[in-house]
Design a protein around this ligand. Sequence first.
Ligand SMILES: Cc1ncc(COP(=O)(O)O)c(C=O)c1O
Length: 387
Amino acid sequence: MQIKTPYYEINKKELDNNYNNMVNALDKYWNNYIIGYSYKTNSLPWIIKYFNNKGCFSEVVSNDEYELGIMMKVEKNRFIYNGPIKTKESFIETAKNGCYINIDATRELQWATELKGDYKLGIRVNFDIEKMCPNQSQCGTEGGRFGFCYENGEFGKALEYLKKNNIKISGLHLHTSSKTRSLDIYKAIANMAVEIKRKFNLELNYIDIGGGFYGGLINKPQFSEYIKSVADILNKEMSPKTTTLIVEPGMALIGSPISYISSVIDIKDTTYNRFVITDGTRTNIDPLMRKSEYFHSYDYVDKNRKIIKKQVICGYTCMENDRIYVENDGTELKVGDKIIYEKVGAYTMCLTPLFIKYFPDVYVLDNDKHIKVRKEWTAEQYIQNSI
Ligand SMILES: Cc1ncc(COP(=O)(O)O)c(C=O)c1O
C-alpha cells in the first residue's frame, strides 16, 4: 500500500518489546510495582488505550490529561496525579477515587487538609541531584523547580504541616529529569528515598522514582539495570512486601517504536546550497528545534545515484530554520525518495504546533499491516471550537 506522507508509524512489535522488558525487570527485582504511563510524553489516544489495556496506570499532570484519561475509559482509581497545575477540584476528586497524588506545592498542602481519612498522598521531593551527580542533572546548579526542597528544610516543614493536620503521607515522588539518563541518577534517587525515610522515620507505602529512563536502545542502560540499581539500594530500608515501587516511563516506552515518514518533493540549487525539500517538517520531529542529528534511513525510488558533497534536508514550513539536517558526501536524493526518521515518539506529536499544516496521519504497523489510528487534521478540526 502506498501511504500518503507525511505520517507517523507506531511499530507495535517494538512497543510490545519495550513494555515486556520493563515488566520483566520489575517482576525480577521489585515485584510490587505500578507502571504509570506518562501522558505528557505522547498522549495519542491509541497509545493511552494501549497502556491502559496492559494494566498500566495513567500518569497525568493536568486536569485536561485527567479528563482525557477518563474519556479513554481509564478506571477512576488508576491515575497518578503530579505536577504544579492540578486544580483543587480534580485534586480532591482523584484523592477520593483512590488515585496516587504527589503534592508539588504549598496550595496543595492546604487542599490536602480538607481531606478527612486515608488517601494515597505523596510529596514530591526537590533535592540536590546536581551535587550527587555532577554535570548530569537537567538544571545543573540552577536546580529543579518541582516539589519541596529537602536541603533547605522546606520538605521537613511540609511534612510537619501535614502531621499537624492529621494527614498521613504514604509516598515520596522523586522524578528527576537528567541529561544523561544514567544509572547514577537512579541510584541517587534511591539513596535519597532511603535517607528521607530514615531521617523522618516515615512509613512509606510507595516510592515513585518517576520516568526519564532510556529504552529500546542497545548501547544505553537497560530496564533491568535501572531497576536492579534502585532495588539494591531501596532494599536496605524497605521491601516489596511493604512498599510499592512506582515508575512513570514515557520516553523509554514510546520513544523508540515511532517513526516519521516524509517524501522528497523538490530539489533546489542556490549559490550556497543544494536544498532537498520534503513534505515533512522539523516541527513534527524536533518541535523544540534543538536536535542536530536524527536516526534516519532512506527508501530510494531508484538505484542510479551520484555522491553529493552537501545536501540540506528541509521541511515544508516557511521558516528558514526548518532545515532538518545536512547530509555531507551522501547519496544524491531525488524527488519521490522517502526519508524515514526513527525513534521520534517522545515529546514530538504532543508538542507539534498547528503551524501552516495540521497534525498528520498516524498508523500502527502490526504484523506487516498498517492500521490508521489517527486521521490527519484538516481545517475542519482546526476550527472546531471557534465561535
Ligand atoms: C513527573 C514526571 N514523570 C514522568 C516523566 C516522563 O519522563 P520520560 O518521558 O523522560 O520518561 C516526566 C517528564 O518530564 C515527569 O516530569
